[in-house]
Design a binder for this molecule. Structure first.
Ligand code: C5P
Length: 464
């Protein structure tokens, strides 16, 4: 079996992206983009070793990241060049085999494609059992036009049935990619933007096998791509949590101390009940037990008492909210302030009061949004706007508190069968609504994970 080395190319400066930092270091769900890509290769059983190619300017930050994220497979941090191919070459040279030995399989991946899947990596590795070069591509949905850049006119239009869009990873047998580059470097007109292109041009007899990529395996190029990648990431993560096996939930929730604010009703009630069933120590509070989340002293006292009693707090879930369906012009400012006090200020209060407790345990803070956060809804503008604020707060705190190890996430359930919803919307057919127990299960699986800065969409019949 060939040794397989994943080479993560991260020496670009991201000039095109309009970011103020190299795009591989831009934060996505609370962690640098490259950390997500690295994690995929770290976790893949077919990858033996990882090499990162970076720039001098980013080297310290990358090395610190490798330490912080316990990326045990990373054995080399190399310096790349000005052009992407120079960065690939740095890795090829670093893995030069000794006389008579065979070099490893090299799998080059853009650090700025954080959503590469286990399936794609596996397909590339499997492809290398039969081919010495493997590419990843998706069908081109737009027509590809080959142009003459001098005259801005069309040269040819390839048949769309045969055009695909290349992605990474791209895998190679060492000797083949080495030979292709050796020939390329003796060509004064050599230019390339990807490694398979070097094989196709300089070793035309070598077949390059193509494995299917994925739309979500997109490259972070422009600032707006970050929002799309972020959304893909949350959808994928929500699906992953659906599959959390029972025994894992059971073993990881057991004996944790979980505080549920808003735990006397609706989703909070379901979370508390399920967490208890899994053996957690659960403390609930709500306005009806005398703890209004907008009242800082009340929240602080409650958390303080819980910590004194249990010795620790592992998670704080804030599911308390108020929802009134009233057109804004029919609300007086007192009512507006009331909604904002609970739905927004309450979230800030809970966050501030939880900080010291969760810092001690590297714990979790979990908020709740609503599908109205993405698009404000008529008749409940204060609630919609508040939920958009909660999402933003989640992202900000995940970033702000990542250094102290607190995880901050948010669940975004679609219409859910709760007393609060029924009061505002009246009767709705139950089979059109989410079951709060399903949302609770998802919430618990988030509380046993390591993610931070995620907004988990929960929709009915997810994954089915
Ligand atoms: O510039 P582009 O978006 O094509 O970069 C793709 C990947 O190649 C990025 O992860 C980038 O960091 C890497 N790269 C590199 N060395 C360069 C240019 C780009 O490692 N000189």
């Amino acid at each position: 079996m060939l040794k397989t080395v994943a080479v993560i190319l991260a020496a670009g400066c991201g000039e095109r992206a309009g970011f103020t930092r190299p795009k591989q270091l831009v934060k996505l769900a609370g962690r640098p983009v490259i950390a997500h890509a690295l994690e995929r290769f770290q976790l893949h059983s077919g990858v033996d070793e990882i090499a990162i190619v970076t720039s001098q300017a980013c080297r310290d930050e990358i090395e610190e990241l490798v330490r912080r994220e316990h990326l045990t497979k990373v054995k080399k941090v190399l310096l790349g060049g000005h052009e992407r191919y120079e960065s690939s070459l740095a890795a090829i040279r670093a893995y030069e085999p000794r006389e008579g030995e065979t070099g490893p399989a090299l799998i080059f991946h853009d650090a700025v494609r954080p959503l590469v899947s286990e399936r794609i990596i596996s397909d590339v590795i499997d492809g290398l059992a039969h081919y010495s070069a493997v590419d990843v591509a998706i069908p081109a949905s737009d027509t590809v036009i080959v142009s003459d850049p001098d005259t801005d006119t069309i040269t040819t239009i390839p048949d769309r049935r045969h055009t695909r869009l290349g992605q990474t990873p791209q895998g190679f047998h060492y000797e083949v990619i080495r030979r292709a580059y050796d020939i390329a470097l003796s060509d004064p007109s050599f230019r390339t933007t990807d490694d398979c292109g070097v094989i196709v041009k300089y070793l035309p007899d070598q077949k390059v096998f193509i494995v299917p990529g994925a739309q979500c395996n997109m490259k972070l190029t422009y600032a707006e791509d970050l929002m799309i990648i972020d959304k893909y990431m949350h959808c994928n993560a929500a699906r992953r949590h659906d599959a959390t096996p029972e025994h894992i939930l059971l073993s990881r929730i057991q004996d944790r101390t979980i505080v549920v604010l808003g735990g006397t009703s609706g989703i909070g009630f379901s979370i508390a009940r399920l967490a208890r069933a899994y053996g957690a120590r659960v403390r609930i509070a709500s306005r009806s037990t005398g703890v209004d989340i907008a009242n800082e002293a009340a929240v602080r006292n409650f958390l303080h008492e819980t910590a004194a009693e249990s010795g620790r707090i592992d998670a704080v879930v804030n599911s308390a909210a108020v929802l009134e369906r009233v057109p804004l012009v029919n609300m007086n400012m007192e009512e507006v302030e009331d909604s904002i006090r609970t739905n927004i200020l309450g979230a800030f209060t809970v966050a501030k009061a939880s900080y010291d407790h969760l810092r001690q345990t590297g714990g979790h803070l979990l908020f709740f949004a609503s599908s109205s956060y993405t698009f404000g809804r008529a008749q409940y503008s204060t609630y919609s706007a508040a939920k958009a604020a909660v999402v933003n707060l989640t992202q900000a705190l995940a970033d702000e508190w990542s250094a102290v190890g607190i995880h901050v996430n948010c669940v975004n359930p679609e219409r859910c069968k709760t007393p609060m919803r029924e009061k505002a919307f009246g009767y709705e057919p139950p089979d059109t609504l989410l079951d709060p127990d399903d949302v609770a299960r998802k919430a618990l699986s988030i509380l046993i994970g390591r993610s931070t800065g995620f907004i988990y969409d929960v929709v009915k019949n997810q994954g089915r």
